[in-house]
Design a binder for this molecule. Structure first.
Ligand code: SF4
Length: 210
């Protein structure tokens, strides 16, 4: 059972739960989330700050040379694939919806490099669709504090969070769980001694028994 105190503590620890990726246009968010696979938001921001300045429209991204895109986004890894994805997504958005990112899950998931997690992030931020994206931080925190089981798949974690958390707060809680995982409940050396969730945390209890 999730208490009000849990939500209050999260509000206190993460009072400003927003996406840390840099973007000013809907497609910039979509591309940034696609590029964030297997890297950090910090690295993605480093490359998108350059990329979006050099190619400020979808048309320009569509027509950019693949070699130049690779050069710019090299620091984020899997850059060959991601550079191709950028061009293909830009082309598809221009042809499909006049360059707009539509509120259409099936369409978004059909784009190259865009899976369920990316779609959830984009739909929740752009259209306030009540869904929760389970990334590595959300998964780790959810399992540690018992919102999901250790062996649950990412999809099972998503389903459990969607069922257990208040629907009208899912978007905010997504960012809070993610940022709590990124800055407090880190993979290594989590800040357990000052954590308000010790009582519900399987990881903490395990450590105490050692
Ligand atoms: S007690 Fe430690 S492992 Fe558990 S939720 Fe808090 S920071 Fe994470």
């Amino acid at each position: 059972m999730i208490t009000n105190k849990f939500y209050e503590d999260l509000d206190r620890l993460i009072p400003n739960p927003v996406c840390e990726l840099h973007y000013t246009k809907d497609y910039e968010l979509l591309l940034a989330v696609m590029m964030s696979a297997q890297t950090t938001d910090k690295r993605v921001n480093m490359v998108t700050d350059i990329l979006y300045k050099k190619y400020p429209t979808l048309e320009e991204l569509k027509n950019a040379s693949i070699e130049d895109l690779i050069q710019i986004i090299r620091p984020i890894g899997t850059f060959h694939k991601k550079a191709q994805n950028i061009k293909m997504i830009a082309k598809d958005l221009l042809e499909h919806s006049d360059g707009k990112v539509p509120n259409d899950r099936a369409y978004l998931e059909s784009l190259p490099g865009v899976g369920r997690k990316t779609t959830n992030v984009v739909l929740s931020i752009l259209y306030n669709v009540p869904c929760i994206a389970v990334d590595t931080h959300v998964e780790r925190v959810s399992k540690r504090i018992g919102l999901a089981n250790e062996k649950d798949s990412v999809l099972e974690v998503e389903k459990k969070l969607t069922r257990k958390l208040p629907k009208d707060q899912l978007n905010k809680l997504h960012h809070q769980l993610l940022l709590f995982g990124r800055y407090y409940c880190k993979s290594r050396n989590p800040e357990c001694e000052t954590c308000p969730f010790q009582d519900m945390c399987k990881n903490y209890k395990k450590q105490q028994k050692k």
